[in-house]
Design a binder for this molecule. Structure first.
Ligand SMILES: Cc1cc2nc3c(=O)[nH]c(=O)nc-3n(C[C@H](O)[C@H](O)[C@H](O)COP(=O)(O)O)c2cc1C
Length: 231
């Protein structure tokens, strides 16, 4: 019994260590990704959100690979529902802060939940505000400025079998329209209710590989489009 227990705890750790070594090898090859500034956020503020957990996992992996990661929680921003009349009274300070944050990061990862076959209202509202021009503002008069040229990797998570994949098919043209370069590799995590361990990390190696494949493309393309440090 003791031996079986030893195996069950040892084997995943061994696999994880091997996968980590493999990822480091690849990361060393991609030396230009070092210090790439990567912004990660999820389109959910739910306390036990699978997409927030996915974002945390992606952030940990990206840091392991040498990227400089900003993990943004949208719940930390005070952004109301978009309304042009409200906007006419002044763009909320947190929207300006969000625009600046997006602009400073050449590469992004977005973790998108799926609601009714599409992405969430939270994600749409956040992007709508961030892309809305601020009339007369010295930095933000052009709406697409925070988005142009960003390399964006898309992940999704859902308890369902498709893993929220349909939300990504809607998010892709929206981001392209805002002049982002959307990474061709995407990963949708199905059965998300069983996919995370007690620490909120992915325990299945195939799932970790799925996230890494997107990260790798985003950091690679970000370095090539924006230079080694992403500046
Ligand atoms: C209004 C609504 C619509 C939903 N529609 C879908 C759907 O189309 N496809 C799907 O896979 N899950 C759907 N779900 C379930 C979500 O994937 C699930 O609530 C998930 O946990 C949300 O992401 P989060 O955990 O990151 O908050 C829906 C949930 C809500 C509340």
């Amino acid at each position: 019994m003791g031996v079986r227990e030893g195996h069950s705890t040892g084997l995943p750790a061994l696999r994880f260590a091997r996968a980590k070594r493999r990822f480091y090898r690849e990361a060393r090859f991609l030396t230009t990704i070092r210090d790439m500034k990567l912004l990660i956020f999820a389109g959910s503020t739910r306390q036990n959100s699978f997409n927030r957990k996915l974002a945390a996992t992606a952030a940990a992996m990206a840091r392991d690979a040498g990227a400089t990661v900003t993990h943004l929680e949208l719940s930390g921003l005070n952004i109301p529902l978009y309304n042009a009349d409200l906007e006419a009274q002044g763009t909320p300070p947190d929207v300006i802060q969000l625009k600046q944050l997006m602009f400073e990061h050449p590469a992004w990862i977005i973790c998108s939940p799926e609601y009714n076959g599409s992405y969430t209202a939270l994600l749409k509202n956040t992007i709508d505000w961030a892309s809305s021009p601020v009339k007369g503002h010295p930095d933000w008069a052009q709406g697409t400025k925070p988005f142009e040229g960003k390399v964006v990797g898309l992940l999704s998570a859902s308890p369902g079998g498709l893993g929220g994949l349909r939300s990504l098919s809607h998010l892709t043209p929206l981001l392209s329209n805002l002049q982002c370069w959307v990474a061709p590799r995407q990963f949708a995590l199905g059965g998300a209710g069983q996919a995370f361990d007690a620490d909120g990390m992915l325990h299945n190696e195939a799932h970790r590989q799925g996230v890494q494949s997107v990260l790798k493309q985003v950091l690679w393309a970000g370095a090539r489009l924006h230079g080694p440090t992403g500046l």
